[in-house]
Design a binder for this molecule. Structure first.
Ligand SMILES: *Cc1c(COP(=O)(O)O)cnc(C)c1O
Ligand SMILES: *[C@@H]1O[C@H](CO)[C@@H](O)[C@H](O)[C@H]1NC(C)=O
Ligand SMILES: *[C@@H]1O[C@H](CO)[C@@H](O)[C@H](O)[C@H]1NC(C)=O
Ligand SMILES: CC(=O)N[C@H]1CO[C@H](CO)[C@@H](O)[C@@H]1O
Length: 478
């Protein structure tokens, strides 16, 4: 599920989170181009803090997360404008490590889970069931048990609503309904109705109950048949950063709340775009929240004072720029001729960050000296292609924007084998979404960098034996 987050490739200046290229801090470079290719630090890692992470993880690759950025992003979301109350849910599929769930839980942020297993994972980390909402493509077998524990379920299809109703027939059980309102924001596609891997609403999306089935009475009749109580309407279309789109989505979603007088909260999902690279916009939550608030007030005025609570479910916004993949340049090769390139090979790849191969996503890259000393950052740059460590031509880290099949060169600080390569913007949909264990590379460890720049291991490197630990060897077959 998800993925408008990825979608950030429309260009316009004004990103407030994109500190990846910081010309002021660059050593000797003369042209702006050179400055941009030669930063001495990434979004939150200096040569020194990156080295600390490598030491605590016992080598590369690893994912590093900034506690400071996670907290700051949480505060931004908790300040989302609202008329009658707000619940922020972290879409945990973006980065499900327990330490991060706990950090957000402490801040008062609830959880949006995408599967029954995510619900269990959140509960295993101490998140109370009542603070978890489940919107899933696959209703788990044990959904009723989860509901009895206090988990809030959004029915995301007619058959999910039927199964829910059959189990809770006649009990008045509260349920949410996820609606596909008929529009979506294309991530990498310009169309709002065509298929894109990042599109989560509209006719080309399978997420949620098609809006006509609410409007034509199908959903209300199932609700009535089983005596259910619809308490939440949910839409998640990856609305991006445009306030006008958010207002339109809010207004359309409020019309479904009108159909069910028992609804007390409207969940508008996530999809708040974050600029990862220079020139890409980051959603201004205060700006998009204003018109949404107005829409809730208008709804109350026109519907006997029904004051609906707002829920939002950011994934990307909370974690994308708070995480980085720290890896090593473990080889450097070249080809010659007109079509020739210099290639840097990381000791990580699609096994850790899949987004470039899947969407043609562009992640900022910073080369830091292997010595771990800022003074060793050199001046020379080189135009290179960066690839991952898998024996797989698709393991390409510098695709053309939005074109996972096309190779592009990137001007970076000239790197030698042993240098560190930091891929920023890797907090969301990286550690949690990759071709984990492909080529039998173990899962990379995770490190949390605290406000004093100290590194703490939050997940150890996977022992290689764990990769085959669940294999069985039936007797007499071989
Ligand atoms: C993935 C997902 C989100 C979070 O999306 P982002 O684009 O990461 O903000 C929120 N709600 C639902 C239902 C999702 O599937
Ligand atoms: C729901 O339960 C009632 C009895 O409480 C029963 O009459 C009805 O047939 C049940 N509905 C369905 C669809 O199973
Ligand atoms: C996160 O990391 C910690 C420390 O390694 C580990 O104990 C925990 O199981 C991880 N949690 C999840 C949910 O992956
Ligand atoms: C059971 C439980 O701890 N629920 C918590 C859910 O989150 C809110 C904060 O928004 C707490 O007040 C509840 O106590």
């Amino acid at each position: 599920m998800k993925l408008s987050a990825a979608a950030i490739l429309s260009l316009a200046f004004g990103s407030n989170q994109c500190l990846a290229f910081s010309p002021l801090k660059t050593s000797v470079a003369s042209s702006t181009q050179l400055n941009m290719a030669n930063p001495t630090e990434s979004v939150f890692l200096t040569s020194e803090t990156a080295k600390k992470c490598v030491d605590v993880a016992g080598g590369t690759p690893l994912y590093a997360y900034s506690m400071e950025k996670l907290s700051q992003n949480a505060d931004d979301c908790l300040a989302f404008p609202n008329a009658y109350g707000l619940t922020v849910r972290y879409a945990m599929k973006a980065c499900p490590n327990g330490s991060i769930l706990k950090l957000f839980n402490k801040k008062g942020i609830h959880i949006d889970a995408s599967s029954g297993f995510e619900v269990r994972r959140a509960m295993a980390n101490g998140i109370p069931a009542e603070n978890i909402s489940l919107s899933t493509q696959e209703l788990p077998e044990d959904f009723a048990e989860l509901v009895d524990m206090g988990v809030k379920v959004n029915a995301c299809s007619i058959s999910q609503l039927e199964r829910f109703g059959q189990h809770f027939n006649g009990t008045g059980q509260k349920v949410g309904v996820r609606v596909n309102p008929g529009v979506g924001s294309g991530g990498f596609s310009a169309s709002s109705t065509g298929f894109s891997k990042t599109n989560v609403g509209g006719p080309a999306s399978s997420f949620g109950i098609w809006h006509e089935l609410v409007e034509d009475g199908t959903v209300p009749s199932i609700v009535e048949k089983y005596g259910l109580t619809v308490e939440r309407i949910h839409t998640h279309i990856g609305s991006g950063s445009d306030p006008a789109i958010w207002q339109a989505v809010a207004t359309k979603s409020l019309s479904f709340c009108k159909t069910f007088p028992t609804v007390t909260a409207l969940n508008l999902g996530g999809g708040y775009k974050v600029g990862r690279n220079a020139g890409e916009p980051t959603t201004d939550l205060q700006e998009i929240g204003g018109p949404v608030t107005d829409a809730f007030r208008t709804f109350a005025a026109e519907n006997d004072g029904r004051e609906l609570k707002l829920e939002i479910e950011p994934g990307t916004y909370l974690v994308a720029m708070a995480g980085a993949l720290v890896s090593k340049v473990q080889d450097k090769v070249f080809t010659t001729g007109d079509e020739g390139h210099v290639f840097l090979k990381m000791d990580a790849g699609m096994t850790d960050v899949l987004r470039p191969s899947l969407y043609g996503a562009i992640h900022p890259m910073t080369i830091l000296p292997g010595s771990g000393k800022t003074e060793d950052v050199g001046d020379e740059t080189e135009s290179v292609v960066v690839v991952g460590h898998c024996c797989e031509s698709g393991d390409l880290m510098t695709p053309k924007s939005g074109e996972p099949e096309a190779l592009d060169e990137r001007e970076l600080r000239k790197a030698e084998i042993g240098d560190i390569i930091v891929m920023d913007g890797s907090g969301a949909y990286c550690a949690g979404m990759s071709t984990k264990n492909y080529n039998s590379f173990p899962e990379a460890p995770e490190v949390l960098v605290d406000n004093d720049g100290n590194a703490h291991l939050i997940r150890a490197r996977q022992p290689v034996e764990a990769i085959w630990a669940n294999e069985c060897h039936p007797e007499g077959v071989f």
